[in-house]
Every structure is written in C-alpha cells, then in structure tokens.
Write a protein that binds this ligand. Structure first.
Ligand code: GDP
Length: 333
C-alpha cells in the first residue's frame, strides 16, 4: 500500500459500501492494498462493520512480529523506520508501517507527510504504510491501533512497524502493543535524563543510539549501559542490546534487524510471546468492553445517568460508592 491509497482516497463515496466484508477480507488477504486501506478506514471510522471484519480476520492473525519504535521527537524515528523498511524488504519481508499520531483527533492528516517521508517505498507492493489518528472519541490508542494491527497482520505482513508521530505520552502505550520495542536515542538531546523520566529503560527490548556520525555517541552508550545495568534483569531474561546507527546513511540497520530477529526467537523460546499477546488481548477486550459500557451509561437519563448521579454525590445526598452501584445496576437492568 502506498500513501495514495489512504483513507480519503476514493473511500468516501459509494464504493466503500459496495464491497462486502468477506470480499474486502479476501482481497486484503491476497495483498490488495486498497482493500487493506479500506479495512483500516473502517477501524478509524469506528464502523459498525468492524465486528464482522474482526471475526473474519481472526483466523489469519498472529503471524506478524509487531515492532514498536519509540523515542523523543527528532531522535530519528521516521528516518530509521524508512531505513528499516528498506532493510526488511531487502530480506524479502512483507512490511507494514503504522504511524500513529496520538495527539491528533483527525484522520489521515499525516498522509501528505507520509508521501514525502516514505516515497522510497511508494511503489513497492509489499509495503503497506498507513497514518492513523488515534484519539478518536471511543478511547484512543488502546482501542483503534490494535485493530489496525490485526488488519496488517491478517494481510500477510511479516513485520509491522508501529511508530508514533507528534509529541505525546505514548512510549509506554506503544510498548504495550508491540512484541518488540525499539527505543531510539541520540547524542545531544539530553536523552539520559528524558529516558529516566519516561520510564523508557523498562520498556526497551533493543536500544538504538542513532546519529552515530555526531559527537557524544560513546557517552550516550556508556550512560545507557550503566543505567540498564542498574536495573539488570534476571537470569534467563532478555538482556537488551545497544545498537549504534546512522539512519540517514542507512548504517547499522542490518544489526537492528538482526536483533529484532534474535528477540523474536527469544520471545518464542521463552514463552514470553504468548504472555505478551495474552496481555494485549486482555487490554483489547477491556477497551472494547469499557467502550460498550460507556455507551450504555451514555444512554441513561435522569437521576440514574452519570450526570444525575454526579449531582447527587456533589450535593451530599449520595456517596460515590452508592452512586457507582446504582450506575452498574442501571446498565445491567
Ligand atoms: P523523529 O522526529 O524521531 O521521527 O526524527 P526524524 O527521523 O524526523 O529525524 C530528525 C532529524 O534528524 C532529521 O533532520 C533527520 O534528517 C536527522 N537524522 C536522522 N537520523 C540521523 C543520523 O543518523 N545522523 C544525523 N546527523 N542526522 C539524522
């Protein structure tokens, strides 16, 4: 898929409704980029058809390795993603890229950016690139992104790279969605301090020190190594490697890919892949169930509504526990 097959491209007219879900799923499975794009648009639009789509896709999921790419703005995430796609394609892998903008409520807004950023891959049939705004009204990253990942997975991607664009508190959320999390750092960005703040030292499976053509790489590596050593993980656990890259020159990306593969092998051997995926499925179910519950109490009116109950707690005629019990009783009725 190229950026030109994004959500606003020919999908707002009658054509979307013309294709049935089984047809779209079958075409996506055959690698039809437009079908993949339209399925992801259904996710973004929170379409009522999603239930049917996900039922149809479920048997085909579980193959792709989901790789999260995190790091401070400017560290080189987009450049590295682009270079990684090239490296993975060189190895014959089918690749999906999901660029998520957690701060934007708008869909498809970054498409033009993609077209520029990813033009190296624009004509490659085995690369699916998609931008998604994730702060929809139904619950953000937790709700939409996993469904988009399911689409790319079922479409036969071997690897799906998920990258955040824009600024947000999204590092940890991305790690929660990924099998393997890359944490990017670069010299001259005060990353040491930022890393400690963002809790980034707990989430990385592979640390990448980018911009190795600049001064200060050794210092970043040293600092990182000693910080990782402080939180040394138990025997038999994965010890995150530190890889050095120059993304603008596509240097070191082969090593990043090798570590991604090595991590995948460890995930399988150790049973951690199943653990992570079960945890993820649990989060997905919870997010969908919470959305359904919120929708139900959004339909309540009068005293039993959330606003009505809130008023009675605020004026002291009820308390939050009783009010919560009433709310639960009202939606279960
Ligand atoms: P992002 O905000 O994390 O996605 O970072 P970008 O990929 O947009 O990169 C930010 C800037 O750093 C751009 O101007 C890139 O050209 C530059 N950059 C990326 N990788 C390297 C590198 O390895 N060396 C140098 N010198 N600059 C780089």
């Amino acid at each position: 898929m190229t950026a030109s097959t994004g959500p606003s491209h020919g999908s707002r007219g009658g054509r979307r409704s013309a294709a049935s879900v089984p047809d779209l799923v079958a075409r996506a499975r055959e690698g039809d980029a437009r079908a993949v794009a339209r399925l992801i648009s259904l996710v973004e639009d929170e379409s009522p058809l999603l239930r049917e789509v996900m039922t149809a896709l479920a048997p085909f999921t579980g193959h792709a390795q989901i790789v999260g790419i995190t790091g401070s703005p400017g560290v080189g995430k987009s450049t590295s993603t682009n270079a990684l796609v090239a490296e993975l394609r060189g190895a014959g892998r089918r690749v999906g890229v999901l660029a998520v903008d957690p701060s934007s409520p708008f869909s498809g807004g970054a498409l033009l950016g993609d077209r520029v950023r990813m033009q190296d891959h624009a004509t490659d049939r085995d690369v699916y690139i998609r931008s998604m705004a994730s702060r929809g009204h139904l619950g953000g990253l937790a709700w939409t992104t996993p469904q988009a990942l399911r689409v790319l997975d079922a479409a036969g991607c071997d690897v799906v790279l998920i990258e955040t664009v824009g600024v947000g508190q999204s590092e940890v959320e991305i790690a929660g969605l990924a099998d393997t999390t890359l944490v990017l750092m670069a010299p001259g960005m005060g990353d040491g301090i930022q890393a400690a703040k963002a809790g980034i030292l707990e989430i990385g499976d592979v640390y990448v020190v980018n911009k190795a053509d600049r001064d200060g790489v050794d210092q970043v590596r040293r600092e990182l190594r000693s910080m990782l050593a402080m939180g040394e993980r138990r025997d038999g656990r994965w010890k995150p490697p530190i890889v050095t890259t120059v993304a603008v020159e596509a240097r070191g990306l082969d090593e990043v890919v090798a570590e991604i593969h090595r991590h995948r092998a460890w995930l399988v051997e150790s049973g951690e892949l199943d653990v992570r995926r079960a945890r993820r499925a649990r989060d997905e179910i919870e997010a969908i169930a919470m959305t359904a519950l919120r929708a139900r109490w959004g339909d309540l009116h009068g005293h039993a509504s959330l606003d009505g109950l809130a008023a009675s707690v605020a004026d002291g005629t009820s308390d939050p526990y009783s009010a919560a019990d009433e709310l639960v009783a009202a939606i279960s009725a």
